[in-house]
Write a protein that binds this ligand. Structure first.
Ligand code: PLP
Length: 274
């Protein structure tokens, strides 16, 4: 039976981030993609104008409808919006034994809160506690671990802390795109393999472009897709990093949004698994 990757995330009408970016990414990589919406956002590259969380039973119903009919091997979770929805997602996934890739979305690309700070505990206790893979960027890692994570060394310590605190997590991917050092950015993967913890990193040239909206969603979805195709964390990590780099390269220099200060989304075309 065909494997399905299910994304549980917020809707971004611009198609830059959220469920729209997830579906584009999963489809470009070549896996069957399903989607359960948590929140409707009204936003563009200027601002997030509105966020409306859906009723908990509607989120639960969508997830269960997909799970009862598809062979879901991987679930990618993005923006959940509220502590209540984090709780209902946790309950809906009771008994699910596949991979849960959690992208702990806290802020919009325009810097607005997509989760209230008082709801962060629910992300820890309801979602991080059930995930197999967690993919924070540096600001998200700092908030979740309540520590500084501004450079690779601090990021490594915080990622190690996360892995030690939660036995359920096999892999922590830290997306390093927010910190540019010597015109390069680095992502790291810390994962448990055969009784030890292994560290790999991917360093690549920083691409100076405004079109970065949705890079976090794209990375996490690509990880879910590549992992579903191969079951291999290192493969998923390197290929996701390359996928994001390729999409950033394609989109840089293109005008995606009218707002000259705005962050446009990414262009995804004809990616092939090597
Ligand atoms: N999910 C939704 C619905 C969003 O609107 C955003 C950002 O605006 C994100 C997730 C996170 O986006 P990024 O991948 O740029 O971190």
């Amino acid at each position: 039976m065909e494997a399905t990757v299910l994304t549980i995330a917020g809707s971004d009408p611009t198609g830059g981030a959220g469920i729209q970016a997830d579906l584009k990414t999963l489809t470009a990589i070549g896996v069957y993609a399903a989607a359960a919406v948590t929140c409707i956002t009204v936003q563009n590259s200027r601002e997030v104008k509105r966020v409306v969380p859906l009723a908990a039973d509607l989120v639960d119903g969508q997830i269960k409808a997909v799970l009862e009919d598809h062979h879901v091997t991987h679930i990618k979770i993005g923006m959940v919006g509220t502590a209540e929805l984090a709780g209902i997602i946790n309950t809906s996934l009771t008994g699910f034994t596949g991979e849960i890739i959690l992208d702990p979305v806290l802020l919009s690309t325009t810097g607005q809160e997509l989760l209230r700070s008082q709801d962060i505990d629910a992300i820890r206790s309801k979602l991080i506690s059930t995930a197999t893979v967690v993919t924070p960027n540096l600001p998200e890692l700092s908030i979740i671990m309540d520590t500084e994570a501004n450079d690779p060394e601090q990021a490594l310590q915080a990622a190690d802390g996360l892995l030690n605190e939660f036995n359920n997590i096999r892999s922590v991917v830290v997306k390093g795109g927010h910190v540019v050092h010597n015109k390069e950015v680095s992502d790291i993967l810390l994962y448990r393999a055969k009784g030890s913890v292994r560290l790999v990193s991917s360093t690549r040239p920083y691409i100076n472009t405004m079109n970065t909206h949705g890079t976090g969603c794209t990375f996490a979805s690509a990880y879910a897709a590549y992992h579903s195709l191969t079951g291999n964390d290192e493969y998923a990590f390197y290929n996701s990093a390359n996928f994001v780099q390729e999409a950033l390269t394609r989109s840089s220099g293109r005008t995606i949004v009218k707002n000259p200060e705005g962050h446009g989304g990414l262009l995804y075309n004809s990616f092939k698994l090597e």
